[in-house]
Design a protein around this ligand. Structure first.
Ligand code: BES
Ligand code: ZN
Length: 658
């Protein structure tokens, strides 16, 4: 009976749990897993024990490029089966010692590796732990060269070439390659961080006021402490250490980056960060994390941004000198509610993180443009173009084009694409239009309050929405028309919203002229000239280039060259523009951009740019693509390296953002 009650708490009745584990996992875990977990991408037995607090104490060893230290978890038994085995995720981590309840404990083993989930660490206890009792487990570990979460840069690989640098990227399932843990977004715990390093350290917690602010003069290690008292999942554990300086960008915000890049970064963010936060607060509720800071990373950072709490990690391409890419910050700041406070229970429901975040991000855009919703539609139109590319890449009946995907036995990195962002956004936008914005606005804070500090799946979302409007007959009637199964499980495009195109009409008109010109230059008096794009924002150029990329046939080579020349699209500081133009050019078989592409691929490791560029380059010059990859292999983050490798060897999937 008790088991049933717990089962109901852990697995809401309407949850579609996978009752069949992949065979290999089943064999391995058959004796210990009581309830099938709702996250198929963890090998931990988190349905037997739950992490309630974690402390990670590490030393940064730049010379050996490793972290060594100790992770301590306070686990609580959550079944009355009194299980005596604790299974934690771990991947390529060296285990030195284990203690249980403060005493050295020898009965542990690393189980055989199960790709892509790692080698689970099994700790066998002398006796089972009764329901609700706690047990302290500490593991002394070292990371290895196969760690997928960390990137280590030698001084030569950094911008000022003076000091080494290291940073982590744990989403989705890479935290397990730093320390053994229940590496699932379905488990959240407060964290304490202790980091010893000879260089300044940043982490996803609040820094102790006693932390050093500069490196020691003699190069010896100093100790930094951070506390994250809001419970977070393991994927939000983050640290970075290197030659980092700090500058204020708002009343609760600091930007951190390499000292010589600091003033440019400060200028990029100082006028907007606080406004973005306040806009998000007006849509949801007050910010819960104390500070909101931004760390601008070295160029190999594989994402545009990563929503590590307290410190968003951002690509240096955001600092483009024109404030045209600060929407990345609106996005990452929005994760402070969707993702970080309210978290997807598994990567199968990733749209709850990214779709909601994209929705809030676009509400911010509108608010900051005098509440003009044309601005959020402008951003949504760009998103729809990216969705189109993803659909074309995967094929419209591919599993990964569903809102809720099946990731059993799969690597979440392979499933990531714009689909959860854009299909998720489209779903929320559809619901908003269906019941009216004012009505939906009442639901937003309720949803975030209800799930704050917890993890949920798509069925919980549905229940929360329907329940909230239960006593409102007219809204309930509208909600009853939602075809949930189609939204959740049908692959391919969702219905296209009726976007306000006022900010892109001129852009489409110009694209149309190019299309006619391309089809038959004699049928039109159009001649491209620089003034065609005068006064355009970066994003308008992005929409234009997306439209060109969507032409049914590529531009003739010569036309692509004209375009690059007249619109000065080569060598643009704003990589959103230059990388898209290079794609246009390569698809048009314009070999003259190859040199620029190779140059960019050696300067920027953001996957959003790297992957489409390799995908085009390999089409026109496989040898050059392979050579370029070999040359930059070490420059790329392990996640990016792995993705490009898959791409070059022709493995489908593993596509991120177009
Ligand atoms: N959480 C993501 C980045 C991520 C996704 C890391 C999947 C690991 C696995 C982040 O919030 C994000 O969406 N970044 C985007 C920013 C963009 C949508 C403004 C990116 O990196 O391009
Ligand atoms: Zn995101």
């Amino acid at each position: 009976m008790l088991l049933l009650t717990l089962r109901q708490t852990l697995l809401p009745a309407k949850t579609r749990v996978s009752l069949i584990l992949p065979r290999r996992l089943n064999r391995m875990a058959s004796t210990t897993i009581i309830n099938p977990p709702r996250d198929p991408n963890t090998l931990s037995n988190y349905n037997n024990f739950r992490t309630t607090a974690t402390a990670v104490d590490v030393e940064v060893d730049f010379s050996k490029q490793m972290l060594k230290g100790k992770v301590s978890h306070k686990l609580q038994s959550i079944t009355d089966a009194a299980t005596n085995e604790i299974i934690l995720d771990s991947s390529h981590v060296l285990i030195k010692d284990i203690s249980v309840g403060g005493k050295s404990h020898k009965d542990f083993e690393l189980l055989a590796r199960v790709e892509p989930y790692g080698s689970p660490l099994k700790i066998t206890l002398e006796k089972g732990i009764p329901l609700s009792d706690f047990i302290d487990v500490s593991i002394t570990f070292e990371t290895t060269s196969k760690c997928t979460a960390l990137q280590w840069l030698t001084p030569a690989q950094t911008s000022n070439k003076k000091h080494p640098y290291m940073f982590s990227q744990c989403e989705a399932i890479h935290a397990r390659s730093i320390f053994p843990c229940q590496d699932t977004p379905d488990v959240k715990a407060p964290f304490k961080f202790t980091v010893k390093s000879p260089l300044p350290v940043i982490a996803s917690g609040i820094a102790d006021s006693s932390n050093p602010t500069t490196a020691s003069s003699d190069g010896t290690s100093q100790t930094y402490h951070f506390t994250q008292s809001v419970p977070i999942p393991s994927y939000l554990y983050a640290i970075a250490s290197g030659d980092i300086g700090f500058a204020p960008i708002g009343p609760r915000s600091t930007v951190a980056t390499s000292p010589e890049a600091l003033s440019a970064a400060q200028w990029e963010f100082k006028d907007d960060t606080e406004r973005q936060l306040q806009a998000a607060e007006s849509v949801v509720f007050p910010y819960k994390w104390g500070q909101y800071n931004i760390l601008v990373l070295p160029p190999s950072f594989p994402f545009g941004g990563m929503e590590n709490p307290i410190y968003t990690f951002a690509t240096p391409t955001v600092v483009s000198g024109d404030r045209q890419n600060i929407d990345v910050i609106a996005h990452e700041a929005s994760h402070s509610w969707s993702g970080n406070l309210v978290t997807n229970a598994s990567w199968e429901h990733f749209w709850l993180n990214e779709g909601w975040t994209t929705y809030i991000e676009r509400r911010i855009q509108a608010i900051l443009h005098d509440n003009n919703d044309a601005w959020r539609d402008f951003s949504a139109i760009i998103g729809w173009a990216a969705l189109t590319e993803a659909m074309e890449h995967f094929g419209e009946d591919h599993e990964f084009t569903k809102l809720v995907v099946d990731l059993k036995g799969k690597d979440p990195d392979d499933a990531f694409s714009t689909v959860p962002y854009e299909k998720g956004f489209t779903f929320l936008y559809y619901i908003e239009k269906l019941i009216g914005k004012d009505t939906f606005d009442k639901f937003i804070p309720h949803y975030f309050k209800t799930w704050e500090g917890k993890s949920l799946d798509s069925y919980d979302f549905k229940d929360t929405l329907l329940k909230f409007f239960e006593s409102d007959a007219s809204t309930s009637k509208k909600l009853a028309t939602i075809d949930w199964d189609t939204w959740f499980y049908k692959p391919g495009y969702p219905p296209k919203p009726d976007f306000d195109t006022s900010l892109v009409d001129g852009v489409y008109a110009l694209a149309k002229k190019w299309e006619t010109f391309t089809r038959d230059p004699n049928s039109t008096d159009f001649t491209p000239k620089p003034s065609d794009i005068e006064g355009w924002t970066g994003n308008q150029l992005v929409v234009f280039l997306e439209a060109i990329l969507n032409f049914s046939s590529p531009l003739p080579t010569q036309h692509a060259r004209y375009m690059g020349k007249y619109y000065s699209l080569v060598d643009r500081e704003n990589v959103e523009i230059s990388s898209r133009f290079y794609q246009v050019a390569m698809i048009s078989r314009d070999d003259s951009v190859k040199g620029k592409v190779v140059e960019l691929l050696g300067q920027v490791g953001r996957m959003k740019y790297v992957r489409p560029l390799y995908r085009c380059l390999v089409q026109i010059d496989r040898t050059l693509a392979e050579e370029t990859f070999e040359k930059n292999r070490e420059f790329y983050h392990p996640i990016c390296r792995n993705m490009v490798q898959k791409l070059l060897s022709g493995v489908k999937g593993g596509k991120f953002n177009g």
